[in-house]
Design a protein. Structure first.
Length: 243
């Protein structure tokens, strides 16, 4: 029975789609008041290192491509070596914006990659539970993204005058990784670029082509380090996790 079960598990593992993680890390960090948010220390470790360690630990991710500013390529390569990121395939130059950077990263993933998991380099608290759920859902549906319910009341306004209050029960704050069929995402990003369609995230590109995206359970701890106060929140999250 033990041999049979072992063979069955190996067979099941082979059916899992090959997944490449693309990590945009080319932002200018304008809101960080001159601090490099990816190199900023969080619990004595760079933010980007924590992010890459989480992806490295996920058995459903096969390779990692980091997209960054050209001058940062050597430093990020050294960071990956220092923190044992063995799944790193390459570090490549980013583009003029996030969408172009993701597209450039997708062009570097292995040909056998069926899924692309695009994850912000500045989201160091992504959990293994979240990764497993969004990756397995995307393998089944073709596109999935973690999200959390919006806590605040959201109002739509123009010239500082409220036009309407949105139904909070229907609103979700999306996170990363956004996991999509690799060839589909690359084609969707190229389509949006050529048509001049402005997108705010990766799923927006495939949504623009009429594809449904499935939401999975996000986590409020899966914050993006964007402003200096986020580093303070990050330290608090670390303390809670350690306690």
């Amino acid at each position: 029975m033990g041999v049979f079960l072992s063979k069955l598990l190996k067979k099941a593992a082979k059916k899992r789609p090959y997944c490449a993680a693309v990590v945009p890390a080319a932002g200018s960090a304008r809101r960080m008041e001159g601090v490099d948010k990816l190199g900023a220390q969080l619990g004595g470790k760079p933010v980007l290192a924590r992010t890459l360690e989480a992806l490295e630990a996920c058995p459903l991710i096969d390779e990692i491509v980091v997209v960054t500013r050209e001058e940062q390529i050597p430093a990020i390569g050294e960071l990956c070596r220092s923190y044992g990121i063995k799944k790193l395939k390459c570090v490549v130059r980013g583009g003029a914006d996030r969408a172009e950077s993701v597209e450039l990263g997708l062009r570097e993933i292995s040909p056998e990659a069926e899924l692309a998991a695009v994850h912000d380099g500045a989201r160091p608290f992504v959990s293994q539970r979240l990764l497993e759920e969004v990756l397995t859902t995307a393998a089944r549906t073709g596109a999935a993204v973690p999200a959390v319910p919006v806590k605040d009341t959201i109002k739509e306004a123009e010239d500082n005058l409220v036009e309407r209050t949105l139904d909070r029960s229907r609103l979700w704050a999306v996170q990363t990784p956004q996991v999509i069929q690799a060839d589909l995402l690359l084609g969707a990003l190229k389509h949006c670029r050529e048509k001049g369609v402005s997108i705010t995230d990766d799923c927006s590109a495939v949504e623009a082509m009429g594809m449904a995206v499935t939401l999975t359970r996000g986590e409020y701890e899966n914050i993006k380090i964007t402003t200096p106060i986020d580093l303070a929140f990050g330290e608090a999250i670390l303390k809670c996790q350690q306690d």
